[in-house]
Design a protein around this ligand. Structure first.
Ligand code: NAP
Ligand code: ZN
Ligand code: ZN
Length: 356
């Protein structure tokens, strides 16, 4: 623990897999020479927050303070900090550190750090000796190498989800060179999915949304989709066979992946970003016929996250959000699980002060 400890930080934590989020006070580390202290204004609510707080992926350590879609203002910058000063807008996504020396870190892919990326919450924190605590809190202290600049023209609450939902969809779309002349499928219209639609459209692709929620059709078209398929209707699915260059699957729950793989063209790729707790069963003939690819993707590196934020600034792309006070967070989790969010909850962190 650092000798000079900071004033107590207010946040919300879960204490076990079955407990609700509740007020929790803890200490952030003191601001080191390379650190930036950010007073948090907004934090998005990702489905990963639900998976981890409820220990659905196993491996959660309690107490757990979730939140990795963080936007705020710099309250303090360490002596050696070059890129931020007090009062600047600043953002933090899913990672706060990595080894910075392995091949993947050197390739600007810190999320795949060979020693293990330090995630914004639920990762061992070398500074405090406990786990990292996330953005459902009033402030965070992060090395400036993992802090991002926010384009000034964007609405801050609506920009917060870019830090996870934005980069998680931007990165595989870019990696797979999605652009004009391509037909791209986005499976699931939730937090990630609706960003996938906006970004794939901005890259110039023809976008088809696959949804299990017929009431989302109008929204999908408004968000930029060229076509919407009700994935529960077999006839509608069949019409799309062998036609996609690329598909991005954002579904958080168990579903039949083969129904989508067979919609790919020859050599097409379906990238999985949604992370259901239980394994998906792949019928290998869906891959063998058509030499199709099934792959995964994890968020994006820091350099690419900044590139994505700048792209969103230039194209005025943000998330469609429902702003909530932190006191409504447990209700928001229940609604997220019931697929009742259009399309991302964002916590207004000013509400934390009202609570205390
Ligand atoms: P979300 O807002 O809940 O969206 C998930 C969408 O999946 C829903 O809106 C729904 O879309 C669809 N869906 C839900 N249940 C379904 C079911 N039983 N069958 C078929 N479709 C269903 O969640 P999110 O925040 O976008 O996160 C999605 C997933 O991505 C989560 O598993 C999360 O942990 C993961 N994730 C991964 C990364 C990464 O780096 N790979 C990063 C962030 C999040 P429709 O109503 O349109 O069907
Ligand atoms: Zn996330
Ligand atoms: Zn590394």
């Amino acid at each position: 623990m650092n000798a000079k400890s900071q004033a107590s930080t207010a946040g919300y934590a879960v204490q076990s897999a079955t407990s609700s989020l509740a007020p929790f006070s803890f200490q952030r580390r003191s601001v080191g020479p390379a650190d930036v202290k950010i007073d948090i204004l907004y934090c998005g609510v990702c489905h990963t927050d639900v998976h981890i707080t409820r220990n659905e992926w196993r491996g959660t350590t309690y107490p757990c303070v979730p939140g990795h879609e963080i936007i705020g203002r710099v309250a303090q910058a360490g002596a050696r900090v070059k890129m931020f000063k007090e009062g600047d807008l600043a953002a933090v996504g899913c990672m706060v550190d990595s080894c910075r020396t392995c091949e993947n870190c050197k390739d600007n892919l810190e999320q795949f750090c060979e020693k293990g990326a330090i995630f914004t919450y639920n990762s061992p924190d070398k500074h405090t000796g406990v786990m990292t605590y996330g953005g459902y809190s009033d402030s965070v202290v992060v090395d400036e190498a993992f802090v991002l600049h926010v384009p000034k023209n964007l609405n801050l609450a609506a920009a917060a989800p870019l830090l996870c939902a934005g980069i998680t969809t931007y990165s595989p779309l870019r990696h797979n060179k999605v652009g004009p002349g391509q037909k791209v499928g986005i499976v699931g219209l939730g937090g990630l999915g609706h960003m996938g639609v906006k970004l794939a459209k901005a890259f110039g692709a023809r976008v088809v949304v696959f949804t299990t929620s017929p009431d989302k059709v109008k929204d999908a078209l408004r968000l930029g989709a060229d076509e919407v398929v009700d994935s529960k209707k077999e006839e509608e699915m069949k019409k799309q066979a062998n036609s996609f260059h690329f598909m991005l699957d954002t579904v958080a729950a168990q579903h039949d992946i083969n129904a989508y793989l067979v919609l790919l063209k020859r050599d097409g790729t379906l990238t999985q970003v949604g992370a259901p707790a239980e394994p998906l069963s792949v019928q290998v003939t869906s891959l063998i016929f058509g030499r199709r690819n099934f792959s995964g993707s994890l968020i994006g590196g820091i350099k690419e996250t900044q590139e994505m934020l700048d792209f969103c600034g230039a194209h005025n792309i943000t998330s469609d959000v429902e702003l909530i006070p932190i006191q409504k967070i447990n209700e928001a989790y229940d609604r997220l699980v019931k697929n009742d969010v259009k399309y991302r909850f964002v916590i207004d962190m000013a509400s934390l002060k009202k609570a205390s």
